[in-house]
Design a protein around this ligand. Structure first.
Ligand code: CNA
Ligand code: ZN
Length: 248
């Protein structure tokens, strides 16, 4: 199918859908300078995730865990939203998108203006104590990773390997029920259980630079930079409002 025909089909799917959501992954933030995990230049090509980002590695050697992870988390906190975050926020404001379910922990959707964001792999706003459960602002980890109340190790409120899923994941599943169109953007769809979420939507569009295991099940697949594609979608829809539009 020609690219312009596919874009027409995508615009039509969005126009006909009464409930569209986006599911985003690390690929929406590579344009903000945060490397993803699974591209050929991704972080997991250089490091073993079990070794550096599991709850076991935190318990085993917290100093090493924080030395490695704080570096890329600080990069996330310093990064600025890019046009993909901006275009998704715009589609939400226009009422075409109900909101964004994201695997990212960088908070860039909210900083770009998205109001309904479900962070299924956690975030970098808080951390908590593995011993007593006390909650602290994330920034405390720059100084110390021990709980001032009980002395146990603090953990970030991001999902680590071998962790159970946070409350936001069940909420996202509920939000996705009755979803007519899911736009999976910049995600390799290889991480469980998030990779099961697309099955909850009636129609699926995948926008990812590389093939994903769910490409066969999608109604449309775009293997390209999501930035250019979303720009074209917003150009086409930017003058109109959708089912979730709230006049302000
Ligand atoms: P992933 O497995 O690294 O996949 C990212 C995908 O995005 C790859 O298949 C790339 O080909 C694709 N991609 C990269 N740039 C673009 C682009 N501009 N347009 C379209 N596609 C692009 O990442 P997932 O999110 O699927 O995996 C989930 C992990 C990654 C979650 O646990 C995240 O927390 C974790 N992660 C998050 C961040 C972040 O918060 N920014 C960064 C790195 C990893
Ligand atoms: Zn404690």
């Amino acid at each position: 199918m020609k690219r312009s025909t596919k874009i027409n089909a995508l615009v039509q799917l969005i126009q006909e859908s009464g409930k569209t959501l986006a599911l985003t992954g690390a690929g929406v933030s590579t344009g903000s300078g945060i490397p993803d995990f699974r591209s050929s230049s991704g972080l997991w090509d250089l490091y073993d995730p079990e070794e550096v980002a599991s709850i076991q590695s935190l318990r085993r050697d917290p100093a090493k865990f924080y030395k490695f992870n704080l570096r890329w988390w600080e990069d996330c906190l310093k990064a600025r939203p890019n046009s993909i975050h901006g275009d998704l926020a715009k589609l939400e404001q226009l009422g075409w998108l109900l909101g964004v379910v994201t695997q990212n922990i960088d908070g860039l959707h909210q900083r770009a203006g998205s109001e309904r964001v479900w962070e299924v792999h956690g975030h970098l706003r808080t951390c908590c104590c593995l011993g007593c459960g006390a909650v602290y602002p994330f920034s405390i980890l720059r100084e110390d990773y021990q709980c001032s109340a009980c002395g146990e190790v603090l953990r970030p409120d991001v999902v680590l390997f071998a962790d159970s899923m946070p409350e936001a994941f069940s909420v996202a599943k509920n939000v996705l029920s009755g979803c007519q169109l899911l736009l999976a953007i910049g995600t390799s769809l290889q991480v469980q259980p998030v990779a099961q979420l697309p099955m909850l939507a009636r129609r699926l569009v995948i926008i990812n630079q590389e093939p994903t295991p769910l490409d066969d099940q999608a109604d449309l697949v775009f293997h390209e930079d999501a930035a250019g594609l979303l720009q074209e979608v917003v150009d086409r829809m930017g003058q109109t409002t959708g089912p979730f539009y709230i006049p302000r």
